[in-house]
Design a protein around this ligand. Structure first.
Ligand SMILES: Cc1cc2nc3c(=O)[nH]c(=O)nc-3n(C[C@H](O)[C@H](O)[C@H](O)COP(=O)(O)O)c2cc1C
Length: 683
């Protein structure tokens, strides 16, 4: 509404000037403020840099208190992500300058307000003008605007102006008052030249809230100092405004007791906690230094480099005769390679053709003892294909797997795409969420309705069958079998050496190779991680096996089974390469289904791949004592999964455990899809 229209309304209410308006509009303040004080604050000028989460609500709260002069600054426009907390962020204001919106909002409270507007925000060149005639500064700057905040506080102190900063921290608000005659910004926060941005933000945070109550309930994983974002609630911004407006009154009316820094005040309604204190030496206080170290450790732990890079889903309008764009095919490949592979070896490459993706199995990527006759890699390639088919369906694209053939010794699978109307496969979202979980799960049974969904998950893949064991006694029997298999694994030098070569012991290593198993992904705990580091060399592991400590590792696998809701064996009818690919497709469907049901899963493939080797008459690849163990447990194992008799051609694809679990600490990485697209293939 235009100002003239507002004044017209006021005239209808018998108000024709500022004094009359103040008398009426703020009459209910009287009793807490005197009439003289109310008049006095109408002449006070408050500067508020920033019209966002706290700045906007500061302006409105102070306008309703009766402050009539403001210097306000902001260069930003409202966007949807501001709606949760910023006063002026409303649908009709999206895209509009924050400054204009807030000025209009304030006018609707008091059309007699005088504004000095700084639409370029505050900066070195306008800071003096911004502070001209100002009585108090109320800090409304974004948490991460550090350098300009520092300058603002310094300039204000030089000009004899108080600065109030009230920051939302979780559900709480933390208030600091800076007196021009007291401790300065740099002194209180212990800011030194050459500090990194991250250290500056942390110093600001721990100085602002010396009792960080919010850490108890805030998901610190959502605090990203690098991308300058963190959680922030409107309710906390409102408390900030209440805190700050009270301090403004105390300062300008010289009433009540002011407690400038190093005093602090925090209120956390979530925990019903009021914290006030005197932080001797500010952040130079040794306790603050310890806090800084602890928070840094927590943030470093949470700063996961192991995030799944989920690309934006492309918009596709694919009609008969159209060519699918390269970017869409690349999206499908990216979805494909989220598939699991033995030790995350990622044994695949791709070629992009017209409306077609060819997947090549790359032998050299996994030459481990486990990967007998490349069966594990064939299974993984099957899983990639299934992901591609599912992701294509989510774009309305139909797929057919046209060829599985060997060319120049390479296994090639062609996925051809067509525009036939296809229903979206509901598993598509879980392509990006599925992962291996090696934690100990909760000993909880699974609902029969959930189990039915798991059992039905492979029905589209011909010849696939899932045999599930959930009976507690049977699970113990399987645990015993796995215990013995795990001992073979621990005592097998090539297997041990291969596993160690695939563990990425540092973040740097993990990021360089983008394959293998990041140490934290193994969920071994601190002692387990130490054990893995110590046993890197076979000579150490060999000694550990000889003195019997290796059994502890097998014991962990035993517990893995007894803590699960169930164990399942996925089999396929047939033993050709095509069957293994289908087995991999079925595996991916089961795994995605488990993920969609919120269930964790871990493959336990040593046993299935050992018996694959035996089935290929390569029993002698094992030491004699291990051959004996395999012979001894085979009957029990096959009986537990009804593998004996009827279907001699049924082949094992994967044994896995599943159940309810906490989240894992870190995911595995994938190589950049662009490095996986083959260019050396001439058609
Ligand atoms: C054929 C195959 C065999 C696997 N065997 C095991 C296994 O014995 N133990 C295990 O913990 N994980 C096993 N995995 C899981 C892989 O290590 C895992 O898929 C890979 O590291 C990628 O991680 P992600 O599943 O979390 O995406 C296997 C995966 C495949 C495809």
């Amino acid at each position: 509404m235009k100002l003239s229209a507002m004044f017209k309304i006021l005239t209808n209410f018998g108000i024709s000037n500022k004094v009359e308006y103040i008398n009426q509009a703020f009459s209910r303040n009287i009793g807490l403020l005197t009439i003289e004080e109310q008049q006095k604050i109408s002449d006070v000028r408050v500067a508020i840099p920033g019209m966002g989460g706290v700045g906007g609500v500061h302006l409105i709260t102070l306008a309703r208190t009766g402050i009539c002069k403001f210097n306000i600054a902001d260069f930003d426009h409202f966007e949807a992500a501001n709606i949760n907390r910023q006063y002026g962020a409303r649908v009709q204001n999206l895209g509009k300058p924050k400054l204009d919106v807030m000025k209009e909002d304030a006018f609707s409270i008091n059309p007699f307000i005088e504004f000095s507007m700084f639409s370029e925000g505050i900066n070195e060149s306008n800071i003096d003008k911004f502070l001209e005639d100002v009585d108090v500064v109320v800090d409304g700057l974004d948490f991460f605007k550090f350098d300009i905040r520092r300058l603002l506080f310094k300039k204000a102190a030089e000009k004899g102006i108080y600065v109030i900063t009230a920051g939302p921290m979780g559900f709480s608000s933390a208030l600091l008052v800076f007196s021009p005659n007291g401790m300065g910004f740099d002194e209180y926060f212990n800011i030194k030249e050459g500090m990194t941005d991250e250290d500056k933000y942390l110093s600001f945070a721990i100085g602002l809230a010396p009792k960080p109550t919010h850490i108890k309930y805030m998901d610190l994983k959502k605090v990203d100092l690098q991308s300058k974002a963190g959680p922030s609630l409107n309710s906390a911004c409102q408390i900030c405004a209440g805190f700050a407006a009270t301090e403004v009154l105390k300062i300008v009316l010289k009433r009540g007791k002011l407690r400038p820094v190093p005093s602090y005040l925090q209120y956390d309604p979530y925990l019903s906690k009021l914290c006030k204190g005197y932080l001797i030496m500010g952040n130079k206080n040794p306790i603050q230094a310890v806090k800084m170290k602890i928070i840094k450790i927590i943030l470093k732990k949470n700063k996961s480099v192991y995030k799944t890079q989920r690309p934006v889903k492309p918009n596709v309008n694919f009609k008969a005769g159209d060519m699918i764009s390269k970017s869409v095919l690349e999206y499908l490949i990216t979805a494909g390679i989220q598939a699991p592979s033995g030790d995350n070896a990622q044994p695949w490459k791709f070629e992009i053709l017209t409306n077609q993706i060819d997947l090549y199995l790359v032998h050299d990527k996994d030459l481990s003892f486990f990967n007998v006759n490349q069966i594990a890699s064939q299974i993984s390639c099957g899983a990639v294909v299934e992901n591609i088919v599912i992701a294509a369906s989510s774009l309305g694209i139909g797929s057919t797997i046209e060829d599985v053939f060997s060319k120049n010794g390479n296994l090639v699978i062609s996925v051809k795409f067509s525009c036939k109307g296809i229903e979206k496969d509901n598993l598509s979202d879980y392509i990006w969420k599925r992962h291996t979980n090696r934690k100990l799960y909760e000993r909880r049974s699974i609902l029969s309705a959930t189990l039915s969904k798991v059992l039905a998950s492979t029905k589209t893949i011909q010849g696939a069958k899932l045999h599930v064991v959930t009976d507690k006694n049977d699970l113990k029997k399987i645990a015993n079998i796995i215990y013995q298999i795990d001992q073979i694994r621990n005592e097998h030098r090539p297997l041990h050496e291969h596993l160690m070569s695939m563990i990425r012991f540092t973040d740097e290593e993990a990021l360089e190779y983008r394959d293998g198993l990041p140490l934290k992904n193994l969920e071994a705990g601190l002692i387990g991680e130490l054990f893995l580091k110590m046993t890197k060399q076979w000579t150490v592991m060999n000694i550990i096996n000889k003195i019997g400590i290796g059994k502890m590792v097998a014991r962990h696998s035993y517990q893995g089974i007894t803590h699960s809701s169930g164990v399942a064996l996925l089999t396929i009818d047939g033993s050709e390469v095509q069957d293994m690919i289908n087995g991999g497709r079925a595996l991916e469907r089961v795994w995605l289904t488990l993920a969609s049901l919120g269930l964790a899963m871990q493959p336990m493939t040593a046993i299935t791949l050992f018996y694959q080797r035996v089935a290929l008459n390569r029993e002698r690849d094992f030491q004699l004592k291990h051959q004996k163990i395999l012979n001894k447990i085979e009957k029990n194992y096959k009986e537990l999964f009804h593998l004996v008799g009827k279907e001699p051609n049924r082949n094992q694809i994967m044994l896995f455990r599943f159940g309810h679990s906490d989240k894992i600490h870190c995911r595995t990485l994938r190589q950049d899809h662009t490095t996986l697209i083959r260019e050396d293939i001439k058609k």
